[in-house]
Design a protein around this ligand. Structure first.
Ligand SMILES: [Zn+2]
Length: 446
């Protein structure tokens, strides 16, 4: 009689699964599944697991059971683009962005960042990460501004990454907010020098901001530098690329071509790419071939760019969003990010990825029922692909038991209700549970 079982085993029963794979939707008519979690990993996934495992001789008496009541289970959300060093600085004296433009945001940050300390950045970033966790995020890519010779933001985020690694996965981009070749530090350091120093200190990705550089030539040079540094240090790439309504801002094509030639397209992400929303179709038609061949990823921040872009337009006013629908239809990977939480670039932002998804679906006009049924992949597997963590991600036997439970019984229901996350599980450990109690005397609301 086999009696061995880990005391940590838990059987989560009666779940609808949304795996995040394209075409795999969870309808409320699909059979419910159970998930056996053991030693921090998925040991088995399938219907009627208790009976099936018992029939195989498994002693189930020591296994704790959690009934999920038909709710939707999916892999944890990925926030693939956020600035944790900026969070909750919007109302700092001198930081208020009057014009609502990207460029005033950069100016306000530049003028107010000199008093940062490692402890202060960490305290704010912790508040931001807590919001991410409560909304079901377990994987974050944050940018750290390195156009600051003290590298305070980067030091703070590197410490947090280590301190919180059991709770949340954090990737850090060595990001030159004020440009690689337009920034000059007090001792003559260029932004490129500081990006490289950030990589030596342990940042995961090389950043850039070519559309902000003083001239096209500097922007192009920065793209060459980004790819050279990535190859030199074996790092991923995540560039703030063409975050402007200017259709002539075309650094995304150079980034894709260079990454393609180096064979590192899958390790490369172009963030924002708002200019593609203004480019004409003939240009995009030609570019699409390169984007497909390069396997480069795109990260879109729909709420921030809806707010920041179109500021020079009267009417018609552009929406600021990149071509999520057209990229997706071409087979190019697109994931989403919160980008900002109350910083000089955006006054709101609470890391509720269901809101981010909701905005994207509306702005990109991806609202056929099949598109809505597939929508969670933008927050799950598409995000994991951008982050390069797919091998350790997803609802599969043998993978780390990381998942969230949504207050919905299908993807459509989750998107429709912008469903709350009721539970988040990380390596088998429940990070939190949420219960909602509605008290009412109104018959209609019972
Ligand atoms: Zn950003």
């Amino acid at each position: 009689m086999p009696t061995t079982h880990a005391p940590t085993a838990t059987l989560f029963t009666n779940a609808h699964l949304a795996t995040g794979e394209p075409g795999s939707t969870a309808a409320d008519t699909a059979p419910l599944k159970d998930l056996l979690v053991e030693d921090g990993r998925f040991a088995a996934i399938g219907p009627d697991l208790a009976a099936r495992l018992a029939a195989q001789g498994r002693d189930m008496r020591g296994v704790q059971t959690v009934d999920l009541g038909g709710r939707l289970v999916c892999p944890p959300f990925c926030d693939t683009h956020v600035h944790l060093d900026y969070v909750f600085t919007a109302r700092k004296p001198g930081a208020v962005n009057e014009s609502g433009t990207l460029f005033e945001g950069i100016q306000r940050w530049s003028e107010t960042k000199s008093d940062l300390t490692v402890e202060e950045v960490k305290a704010r970033a912790r508040r931001g990460i807590a919001k991410e966790l409560r909304h079901g995020v377990q994987h974050i890519r944050t940018h750290a501004d390195v156009t600051d010779p003290s590298l305070t933001s980067l030091k703070a985020l590197l410490e947090l990454k280590e301190e919180l690694r059991d709770t949340v996965t954090i990737q850090i981009v060595s990001f030159p907010q004020e440009g690689m070749y337009s920034y000059e530090g007090p001792h003559g350091e260029s932004g490129a020098d500081l990006v490289e120093e950030g990589l030596r200190m342990g940042a995961d990705c090389v950043g850039g901001i070519p559309h902000y550089e003083q001239c096209r030539e500097f922007g192009e040079r920065s793209m060459h530098t980004v790819v050279e540094l990535a190859s030199k240090y074996g790092k991923r790439i995540d560039v703030h690329c063409d975050e402007t309504d200017d259709p002539q801002s075309r650094f995304v094509e150079l980034l894709a071509a260079l990454a393609y030639r180096e064979g590192i397209g899958e390790m490369t992400t172009a963030s924002h790419t708002c200019s593609l929303g203004s480019a004409d179709n003939a240009y995009f038609f030609h570019l699409t071939k390169l984007l497909k061949a390069s396997h480069m990823n795109f990260a879109c921040a729909p709420t921030e760019n809806l707010y920041l872009q179109g500021r020079q337009d009267t009417f018609p006013k552009r929406r600021g969003i990149t071509r999520v629908k057209e990229l997706t239809e071409a087979g190019v990977n697109v994931s989403l990010g919160q980008d900002s939480m109350q910083d000089p670039w955006y006054p709101l932002g609470n890391a509720n990825m269901m809101i981010i998804l909701d905005y994207m679906l509306h702005l990109a006009q991806m609202m056929s029922f099949p598109q809505i049924d597939d929508a969670l992949r933008f927050l799950t597997t598409n995000g994991a692909r951008t982050l390069g963590i797919l091998d350790d991600y997803g609802l599969k036997e043998g993978r780390p038991a990381n998942f969230i439970v949504l207050d919905a019984d299908s993807v459509l229901d989750a998107v429709y209700e912008r469903a709350d996350v009721l539970r988040s599980v990380r390596a088998g450990r429940t990070l939190f549970t949420r219960t909602e109690t509605v008290r009412t005397d109104c018959d209609l609301l019972r």
